[in-house]
Design a binder for this molecule. Structure first.
Ligand code: ZN
Length: 421
């Protein structure tokens, strides 16, 4: 049993507490949160921490298998260039390096206070890492596919690096194409492989611009009612241009590669998705860098269980822009946070996304920001019965937030976060 206290405890499920003590069983399950305790700093048997104690974080969007691309891709180049660089790096990858980098990233995620991750996978290269991890992973088996079935003939995800394989080159330069029959068989195969590793997994499309109607239709036939769909959405200005006008950097890339432009050309991307993703599907829209009120209104009217996952550090790395946080807050959007991959995040630390957001939007209460990084992420991944808030019966893990300004409850550039248990 442990008893823990701090200047502030943020249970998230209720307002921040002072003079409170959390009691935990040996397995990390919270048994009690007592309030109005006098002299918590002096109480016998209580570990007191200078700063803030909160539930461990939930990183709602990551790509563990891209960790080996850390520092390999230049900043500020825009998504079109970035995607081509990722494809190039994938062709250079060696399985051992992929796995070693993922192990390192997984350890960093754990130590930095991440309890759970919504992780995108294009292959099985990191399943073993996840199986051995103390972090909970929900793996989204992601599918690209641009041409209608039968028009091309390449495999799942294009640049595939199998668990035992050394190096399999991508069949096309840049974005992978779809081909052959129903996309289901290889994807379901990967889900079964994941389940063999005791990893929770489900299928998901990559982005509105990178899946053809046929692929989207096939994919959604594989999504069970209990599954979530996590899709990259309006991560770049080029993507917005592609859907709204049919031109721009991404459109040029498609044409240069001989690919068919998405049929939603002239409509916005959410209208396209809505034709295939049903109202009751729990949908995680990731990035949303260029959404407007029109996008928000459409999404909110079409899907009942909607999560807006923001990755500010990644957006700044690639596009030198931040998402429209105030518009989302004004509309009461349910916001969660992700780091995205180490290819586009300088540190892979979710705390840096929080610090960036608090620096840019200092009026946002810390309680609200931490809710995005904890409970909302847990709800997005449907694990909030265990993670995301300090409540008796849950075992969410704890983080210790040091170096925040406790008088104003603001994060600072000196703020650090580390796992307590
Ligand atoms: Zn991503």
């Amino acid at each position: 049993m442990r008893k823990i206290s701090a200047h502030y405890i943020f249970p998230i499920a209720q307002a921040p507490l002072r003079n409170a003590v959390i009691t935990l069983a040996d397995d990390g399950t919270i048994t009690d949160i007592s309030t109005d305790q006098p002299n918590v700093q002096e109480m016998e048997g209580v570990e007191f921490y200078n700063g803030i104690v909160a539930p461990a974080f939930v990183n709602a969007h990551c790509h563990l298998e891209l960790s080996y691309m850390r520092g390999k891709i230049e900043q500020g180049i825009g998504v079109s260039e970035f995607v081509q660089n990722v494809a190039y790096q994938r062709r250079q990858a060696r399985a051992k390096r992929v796995v070693h980098a993922a192990e390192f990233a997984d350890a960093l995620l754990y130590e930095s206070g991440i309890a759970a991750v919504g992780d995108i996978a294009n292959d099985d290269s990191c399943f073993e890492v996840k199986k051995n991890s103390s972090v909970f992973y929900h793996t989204f088996i992601e599918k690209f596919g641009l041409l209608p079935r039968g028009e091309a003939d390449v495999g799942v995800g294009g640049a595939h690096i199998g668990a035992g394989g050394a190096h399999v080159g991508a069949p096309v330069r840049g974005l992978p194409r779809e081909g052959g029959a129903h996309v289901g068989a290889p994807l379901q195969g990967l889900v079964r492989v994941a389940e063999g590793f005791n990893i929770r997994a489900s299928v998901t499309p990559h982005a509105p611009y990178s899946v053809s109607p046929q692929v989207l239709q096939d994919l959604m036939s594989l999504v069970n009612p209990q599954d979530m769909v996590s899709i990259h959405h309006l991560e770049s200005f080029a993507e917005q241009q592609l859907f709204e006008t049919g031109w721009g950097a991404l459109a040029s890339l498609f044409l240069a590669m001989g690919l068919t432009l998405p049929p939603a050309n002239g409509e916005h991307s959410l209208r396209y998705l809505s034709q295939y993703i049903a109202r009751d599907v729990q949908l995680l829209l990731v990035h949303n860098l260029y959404i407007t009120q029109r996008h928000y209104d459409f999404a909110a009217s079409h899907w009942d269980n909607l999560f807006w996952v923001l990755c500010p550090c990644s957006n700044w790395y690639i596009e030198r822009a931040l998402p429209p946080v105030e518009m989302l807050r004004k509309n009461g959007a349910v916001i969660a946070l992700g780091t995205d991959s180490w290819a586009s995040h300088p540190s892979l630390l979710l705390q840096d996304d929080l610090i960036v957001l608090h620096h840019k939007f200092p009026h946002i209460p810390l309680h609200e920001l931490l809710t995005w990084a904890t409970l909302n992420g847990a709800k997005a991944l449907k694990i909030n019965h265990l993670y995301g808030s300090l409540e008796p019966g849950k075992a969410p893990g704890l983080v210790w937030i040091q170096g925040a300004d406790l008088s104003s409850l603001r994060l600072t550039t000196a703020t650090t976060v580390r796992r307590l248990l």
